[in-house]
Structure formats: C-alpha cells, structure tokens
Design a protein around this ligand. Structure first.
Ligand code: AIR
Length: 182
C-alpha cells in the first residue's frame, strides 16, 4: 500500500484464533466407504453442534491406498489438528492414517455384518507400540465419542470450546436427572 506521503506501508493482518479456526477444517473425518456415512454423520453433526470446522472424505486403506496416504500426509500442513478414521471389517484405515502423521488419530470400528464389528474393533485397536490409534467403541456411540474427544483435544487450547463442553455435560446431567420411570 502507498501512504499519503508516497512511502510504502506494510500492513500486517493479525487473525484471531477463532478467525483462523473458522477458515480451515480442524478435524478431518475419513471413512472406508460411503456405506459408513449413515453412522459417521453423527460425528459431523456433533462437531457442527460445537461449531468445529471439519471435513468428511471417503478414503479406503485398501481400495484407495495412494490417495489415502497423500491426503493424510498433507493434513497437518492444511491446519487439520485431529483425524477421526472409521472403517469396518479388516479396518486398517485408522492405523494407516496414524502411520503417516503425528496428528492424534481417533479410530472408530464400524459395525460389520459378518462379525458385528468385533473384526473392526480388533483391527483398529491392536496397533503395534509406537503408532498409537485412540480407539473408540463400535458404531454410533464410538462415533459420537470420537467427535467429543476431538473437541476435548482442541479445547485444551481453546477456553470457549471447553466452556461449551462443560455446558454439554451439564445439560446431559440435567436431562438424566429429570428422567421419570413409568
Ligand atoms: N473398508 C473399505 N475399505 C477397507 C475397508 N475395511 C470397509 C468400509 C466398510 C466395509 O469395508 O469401511 O465398513 C464395507 O464397505 P462396502 O463399500 O463394501 O460397503
């Protein structure tokens, strides 16, 4: 920019944490198949409820191995801070993701037809020492908790998000205590 006396003025724009957070996805939700979306949409809904920017992609450790590793390798550089990875059956997506990034990876085993998700659970949870995957419960409860855990991770440096988490817990407590039985 040229100032009134003709001298060049350098403008530095400082972005608040919130403005920066609003600009790019902080959480990446990946799943092995579009057939996982019915369950995985609850992660996206939970993050939206807390106003956390996120993106969702179908990527398979087996069917799209190269695209998966490319995507994960670039995630940190794009500002992603937590990855939620879900797959069913021989569920290697979370492990492969964790192998290609130092970002926290939360794995969610999808309920499978053949073994009701026990196969997915064991494939996701049994990581060798050195490459951690934080594995949640099978199916919808694990999906919602993965989103809440991602929020808790982000909240450690974002006090307003931590307040929202406390509110969420308080509302949950109030709701349970109001329950009446027939
Ligand atoms: N899957 C996809 N690529 C590797 C794996 N393990 C998983 C999906 C889905 C299951 O296989 O995550 O849970 C069945 O996928 P589809 O596409 O046959 O419905």
């Amino acid at each position: 920019m040229v100032g009134s006396k003709g001298q060049k003025t350098k403008i530095t724009i400082f972005m608040s944490r919130k403005q920066a957070d609003d600009r790019h996805p902080l959480v990446s939700i990946i799943m092995g198949s579009k057939s996982d979306w019915e369950t995985m949409q609850h992660a996206a809904q939970t993050l939206s409820q807390f106003g956390v920017a996120h993106e969702c992609r179908v990527l398979s450790a087996h069917r799209t191995p190269q695209a998966t590793t490319d995507y994960i390798s670039k995630a940190e550089g794009r500002g992603v801070q937590v990855i939620i990875a879900a797959a069913g059956g021989a569920a290697h997506l979370a492990g492969v993701a964790a192998a290609h990034t130092v970002l926290p990876v939360l794995g969610v085993p999808m309920q499978s037809q053949a073994l009701q998700g026990l196969d997915s659970l064991l494939s996701t949870v049994q990581m060798p020492a050195g490459i951690p995957v934080g594995t949640l419960a099978i199916g919808k409860p694990g999906v919602i908790n993965a989103a809440l855990l991602a929020i808790a991770i982000l909240a450690s440096t974002r006090p307003p998000l931590r307040d929202k988490l406390r509110q969420y817990r308080d509302e949950q407590t109030r709701k349970i205590l109001k329950e009446t039985l027939p």
